[in-house]
Structure formats: C-alpha cells, structure tokens
Design a protein around this ligand. Structure first.
Ligand SMILES: [Mn+2]
Length: 518
C-alpha cells in the first residue's frame, strides 16, 4: 500500500510535534542500535542535540532488553530519543516524552493498548510503516532520525549524507539497485549541499580501497560468472583491455581508473552476467566527495562496513566519532578491525586444535562456550564452513555463551538453500520450541536459547533441516513449513520469552563486508 498525501501530512505533523518536544527539553537520553544504520542514526540525533545546546547522553544497544526498557522508563532526562530500535517494544515504554525514529515493524499490541486512557503513553512514534511505506527499503532508522533532525533545524540538511550511510548499511538500495521512497528525498538533500555524488557504476564493494583485480574477484552478491573467486581470469580481463593495474608502483583501485577504463570493464562484466542479473550488478553508487580520497569513508558501502565492524566489535562509539568527522577515529577503527581479525583467526585455531567440530547426519556444530565472543561466533562459523575441518554440504551450528543465554549462529552454503534449506525458519522454530527466539536469513541465521537447552535444540534443528531438504527433493513444499509429524521431538507449546519480539531487529545484516550477523 503506497503512502498517500494524507499519510505524508500525518507524518509531517508527527515529526513537527516530536521536534517541538526536543526543542523544549533541557536534556535527552539517546538510545540507538549498534549497526551502521543505528550508529548513523545515533550520530544524527546526537549532533542535533549538540546543536540545540541541550545536554545529551548516547547509549548503544545490541537489541532492546528488559534493562533497556527499564533504563528508558526510569530515565530522569526530559526526553528519550530511541533510534533504529524501539518500534517493536512500544507497549513497554511507560514514561512520557519518548521519541522513536525507527523503521522496524511496530509492536501490534500498542494501538490496542492505547484504547484505554490510563495506559496511554506519550510516545512520538515516527516509522515509515505508520504512513503506508515499507521500512525495509523506503526509509531506514537514520533516515527517519534525519527527517526529525531537519524539522528541528533546516540547517541540519548537512547530515543527510549520514542517513544515506544508514540506508546503504541496511541494504535498502539492493532491491532496485538504487535508493527509493523517502530515501530518495534524503539523497536529494545530500546531493543539494554537495555532500553526495550519485553515479551509475558496478555495485561492488571496495571501489575506494580494493585493487581492481580484488574488487572483481571478491564480488559475491551477485557473483560474476567466470570472474568471482578467479583472480587469474580477472587479471586476464584487465590485461586484455590494456588497463595497467599499477601506477607509480601502487596498485590502482577502482576509483583510480579513468571513465574509459571503467567502461571497458563494465561492458565486459555486464556481458558475463546471466539474463536478469545485470540490474543487480550495475546501478547507483553513492560517493561522499568531502571525505578523504583512498579511504573507505568516501564510498557509502565501505563507510557502512566500517561502522558495522565498529559495532560488531563493541566499539560503536568509535563509529560515532567517525560520523562526527573526528580525524583520528578512522585509525582507531582500523586498529579495532585488526584486533577483530586476530580474534577470528585465533578462534578458528582454537576450534581446530581442540577438534570441536561434531558431525551428525544432517548438521555439524561446535560449542565455543566463552572462548569465542558471541558477537563474532557467526562469522567464525561461516569461515569454518569452507575449511577442511568441516563438511561444506552440511549446515553448521555454533554455540557461544552470552549474557542473556546461549547465542546460536547457523550458516550454510548456498547450494543447500537451493535444495530447500531455510535456516531462518529452522532457527526461529527450533528456538521457540526450547523457549528462546531466533530468525535471520536462509543462509545465515541466529537464535538465543536458554542455558541447558542445547541438546534438545540440536535434535529439533536436525529434524527441521532434514525435513526441509528431503521434502524439496521429493518435489513437495519447498517453503519448508515444518511438518510436525516429521519431528521426532515432542512439540510442546513452550513459553515465548519476552525478548522474542527482537526478531524485528535480527535481520539487518548481510554481506556488505561479507559478514551476516546471527
Ligand atoms: Mn536499521
């Protein structure tokens, strides 16, 4: 259902009343998500508050927990501004003067609860879903935060480019190979003040920082037939076109190439794409011309990946310092990333040296306990899948201990998904059956389950996986709705933990840098 003029007017009114609340506050608590969209959103909100001259405190959250709800409800600040989070929890915020700028699917309980006057809470809820728009691609958390910021002060259009980082970070540009909907108006603001250049180009990761051969070789979404994972073929192509890969002894990155050189490679790549796939690999790309050349800050995809890696490594603050334009912040983020990589390679060595991979008929798994950080266990699982220690034809399930239970990450190769596997459904169903919650994507999903439920969870996962793959092989229901007769574990309707609504925030991941969360 597309937005009507009426919807846009209502959105304008809601934004205006939220702006009035912020301008009338002497201090504000800002709560935001740790991914690229959340960090961009939190930075826009924080800069907005700073410019208003009101005191602010910015808190990053991986997801909304009971503690988050308590922190919001008991905050003594005049206002609380929640960005890129919160919509799924509307009915739990009981204090007044809460502003939410989010794009996740809203809490269905909320409106119903609002019918009784005593439970009426004063929430300024600004979310594209409320105005006939689709929050999965028409506007992101940073975008909604930006629209409010611009209402607070029209001079804040100089923050529009940060909302573009958020949208690209949440893959809102993938379905049409460009930003659409409300995002379009934000793009226009950013272009208007010279902070953004929009151009049609190959939609590959690393235009500013990856040498040309690597840029082509590592293209994975979508794959370029004959070039992806084939450095020899990539360098042959570049050779054949007479494009020097070095200049002054330095490897040239994509954006070092001349327009003619780029065009030659584009034509070659497009000629290799299967019918219907060219639109995915060629489309709008977003460049920030005021950012330093040769750094990942100049390209929106790379910028978003830097923020995501800050968040994933418990260092969203550094990401925010980057958004604020602090010169030393990027080097700090690089150092974090190096540590991150070190942690991942030592985690893989730990699994290998201790022979932790266990194999069952339909799945393989490992339990990392507290040895591997729960924030990276999914990445480690994905990387293990393609090593000799693992079978590439089975999904891998990884367990790590987290504060709120056991964090589960599941990964599988694309070929299994083509055979009917959907890890998102598997994680969601199996987790709910043991009293946890889960979700994600078909190739990469995650869950949180109660301590002590690992064995039962594995039994259920194995049954669900075998049912999905077998069934599609027999040519039946490929969607993989779990057939309960097939599941040998007795299915009891267990209590659904309160955190389960966080599913709404689960799937903002994906392979920008190549690492889905979960
Ligand atoms: Mn988001």
């Amino acid at each position: 259902m597309p937005a009507t003029d009426g919807d846009l007017k209502r959105m304008g009114r809601d934004i205006a009343s939220a702006a009035a609340l912020l301008k009338g506050s002497k201090d504000v608590l800002i709560v935001t998500h740790i991914d690229a969209d959340g960090i961009s959103a939190g930075s826009i909100a924080s800069i907005t508050a700073d410019r208003l001259g009101i005191e602010r405190e910015t808190v990053f959250q991986k997801k909304i927990t009971d503690e988050t709800v308590e922190m919001v409800n008991s905050s003594e600040r005049d206002a609380v501004w929640i960005c890129d989070l919160g919509s799924a929890y509307l009915s739990r915020f009981t204090r007044s003067s809460v502003v939410i700028t989010d794009h996740h699917v809203p809490d269905p309980q909320w409106r119903r609860k609002q019918t009784t006057l005593e439970s009426f809470s004063d929430i300024h809820h600004i979310n594209p879903h409320c105005y006939g728009m689709d929050g999965s691609f028409e506007a992101c958390g940073a975008g909604m935060t930006y629209l409010l910021s611009k209402e607070v002060d029209p001079a804040n259009t100089d923050l529009a480019w940060l909302a573009v980082v958020g949208a690209v970070g949440d893959f809102q540009d993938t379905s049409e190979s460009k930003l659409v909907g409300l995002n379009r108006s934000i793009v226009k603001d950013a272009v208007g003040n010279g902070d953004l250049v929009v151009e049609n180009d190959l939609r590959l990761f690393g235009r500013e920082t990856r040498p040309v051969i690597q840029l082509l070789q590592y293209s994975s979404d979508p794959q370029i037939p004959g070039l992806s994972d084939n450095p020899g073929a990539c360098s042959d192509l570049v050779d054949r076109l007479g494009i020097p890969i070095k200049r002054d002894g330095k490897l040239r990155v994509w954006n070092d190439l001349s327009p003619d050189e780029k065009e030659g490679i584009c034509d070659a790549v497009l000629s290799l794409m299967p019918p219907g796939e060219s639109d995915k690999i060629y489309g709008e790309m977003y460049t920030f011309p005021k950012q330093p050349e040769g750094t990942g800050l100049r390209d929106a995809k790379e910028f978003a990946t830097i923020l995501n890696s800050c968040g994933r490594y418990d260092d969203a603050e550094t990401g925010m310092r980057i958004c604020y334009g602090e010169p030393s912040a990027l080097a700090d983020a690089d150092r974090n990333r190096a540590e991150h990589r070190k942690h991942i390679s030592s985690a893989m060595a730990y699994i290998r040296n201790n022979h932790l991979i266990r194999e069952r008929r339909f799945i393989q798994y490992f339990e990392a306990g507290t040895e591997i950080r729960e924030t990276v266990v999914g990445i480690v699982a994905g990387m293990m899948l393609n090593t000799p220690e693992c079978r590439s034809d089975l999904p891998i399930i990884a367990f790590a201990e987290a504060d709120d239970g056991i964090k589960v990450s599941a990964r599988a190769n694309r070929s299994l998904v083509d055979r009917g596997l959907d890890l998102s459904r598997v994680m969601k169903t199996a987790a709910e059956l043991v009293g946890g919650f889960g979700g994600g994507h078909s190739v990469a999903a995650g869950a949180t389950i109660p301590p002590g439920s690992t064995e039962r969870f594995l039994d259920i996962v194995e049954d669900l996986v075998s049912a999905q793959v077998e069934r599609s092989e027999k040519g039946h229901d490929v969607a993989g709705v779990p057939d309960h007769r097939h599941v040998r574990v007795q299915l009891l309707p267990l209590r659904f933990v309160p955190g389960s609504r966080q599913d709404a925030n689960e799937p903002c991941p994906g392979p920008v840098g190549g690492h889905p969360v979960g």
